[in-house]
Design a protein around this ligand. Structure first.
Ligand SMILES: [Zn+2]
Length: 427
């Protein structure tokens, strides 16, 4: 079989991998690179203005045309760095994922030929080639480990993961992973974003305790929280804690509103009766007018944890609504600033403006959604692949994964392979 590294094998983002055998290719993931996009444009208008060739040249989307004889597109989960390039790359083949991820992908790319499958339900992509999705914990519901069962053995693509045995929205199917490890896994393609961090990534339970600690501590002013709109478990924890401290939760912002509605439909998010969720600018402005008069009664959940210019938090601080922050209001960042000079600059500007109003800042009420070094070792022990290809990381991250694999007995260029974007390898 041939594995082609299309995107995500040079820097974090625009993930895509091709698996080819018998003159048929399966594509795994189809993502965009968000930080590069931001350099050129603060909103995503650029995606509509640029040609596909320009987006590839600017390293925003993967060069899917490199892959020939594609018979199916499989998606590991719904983060934009895994599904966001679907509208530009327009796969004309069946697009396969869990029902939840399919709904997210359909919202990005309406014309797709989507097939939703449940965990553990094998479907045939071509003769002698079936796909199976195995449940794993990450920071979005319905993340999958993608398994291709082929005549030459199994291909396991871990997608993004962490091991969180206290998650309230997902479970890792250890039993199935162990079974796969006892079989014939020819190659494991594995994310490497956080492999340089020692130990284990903490559970989302840790964030629940951090949130309780911080939100019970704040005893005056308006509380504004901000987090990833796809992190449904985190949003639920914020809502639950708002109720416990007797504040009315209000969700503001287009992506938060879209993702919470989807999660509610799938029974993953339980909003208290009458919780207001607003996405339109005039409805948000009206809600903020109400909040302004009785600010100690409310807890807002808004977009803008990275200081994105068009987010609700930036618009609130920049006076784009009637609303004004006041001394003793608090902003709780339930996220970490994504590494990179651009994000750091946006966050710095946002925090400086907030402080100028006398707003108190609580940063980094957060744990990562990605596996740390010992999580990776555990995955390796479970899957026991013959060959390993680290993906989803810059050279540092993928080399660091290679070091870990060497500790476990793998040898570089023998059964451990470092590829860069555009390269392929016959296994
Ligand atoms: Zn992800």
């Amino acid at each position: 079989m041939k594995i082609t590294a299309v995107g995500g094998y040079k820097a974090v983002g625009r993930n895509m991998t091709g698996v080819s055998l018998d003159k048929k290719t399966i594509v795994i993931d189809n993502g965009i690179r968000l930080d590069t996009l931001q350099i050129y444009d603060d909103d995503t208008d650029m995606i509509r203005k640029c040609s596909k060739e320009e987006l590839i040249r600017l390293n925003i989307i993967p060069d899917a045309d490199r892959l020939k004889n594609v018979v199916a597109q499989v998606l590991s989960h719904g983060h934009l760095d895994h599904i966001g390039a679907l509208p530009m790359n327009k796969p004309e083949v069946p697009i396969v994922s869990t029902p939840y991820t399919v709904e997210m992908a359909r919202a990005e790319y309406k014309q797709g030929n989507f097939y939703a499958i449940e965990y553990g339900q094998d479907i045939e992509l071509s003769p002698n080639l079936t796909v199976e999705l195995v449940e794993v914990t990450h920071s979005i519901p319905y993340s999958s480990i993608v398994v291709l069962h082929t005549a030459e053995g199994d291909v396991v693509h871990t997608g993004d993961f962490r091991f969180d045995d206290h998650s309230q929205v997902a479970r890792t199917n250890y039993r199935r992973l162990r079974e796969l490890g006892k079989g014939n896994v020819k190659v494991m393609i594995v994310e490497s974003t956080r492999v340089r961090t020692e130990g284990k990534t903490p559970s989302e339970d840790v964030v629940r305790i951090m949130l309780k600690d911080v939100l019970e501590f704040i005893d005056k002013g308006l509380i504004v929280t901000t987090t990833f709109s796809t992190h449904i478990e985190r949003i639920q924890s914020i809502i639950d804690q708002a109720e416990k401290i007797g504040r009315i939760p209000v969700i503001l912002g287009r992506s938060l509103s879209k993702q919470s509605k989807l999660a509610q439909r799938f029974g993953l998010l339980d909003l208290p009766q009458g919780t207001n969720v607003f996405s339109r600018a005039n409805a948000i402005a009206k809600a903020l007018d109400e909040v302004e008069d009785s600010r100690e009664d409310y807890l807002l959940i808004v977009t803008g944890h990275q200081g994105e210019q068009e987010s609700i938090l930036s618009r609130m601080v920049n006076g784009r609504f009637q609303f004004r922050f006041k001394h003793n209001d608090s902003v709780v960042f339930c996220a970490r600033t994504i590494p990179g000079p651009l994000n750091a600059a946006s966050k710095y500007i946002l925090e400086t403006k907030l402080k100028s109003f006398g707003v108190r800042i609580f940063d980094n009420v957060h744990v990562s959604g990605h596996a740390a070094r010992e999580d990776h070792r555990k995955m390796l022990e479970l899957i026991k692949p013959e060959h390993i290809i680290p993906c989803h990381g810059n050279m540092d991250m993928r080399s660091s994964y290679a070091e870990l694999a060497e500790e476990e007995g793998y040898r570089i260029n023998k059964n451990l392979h470092i590829l860069t974007n555009g390269a392929d390898i016959e296994i």
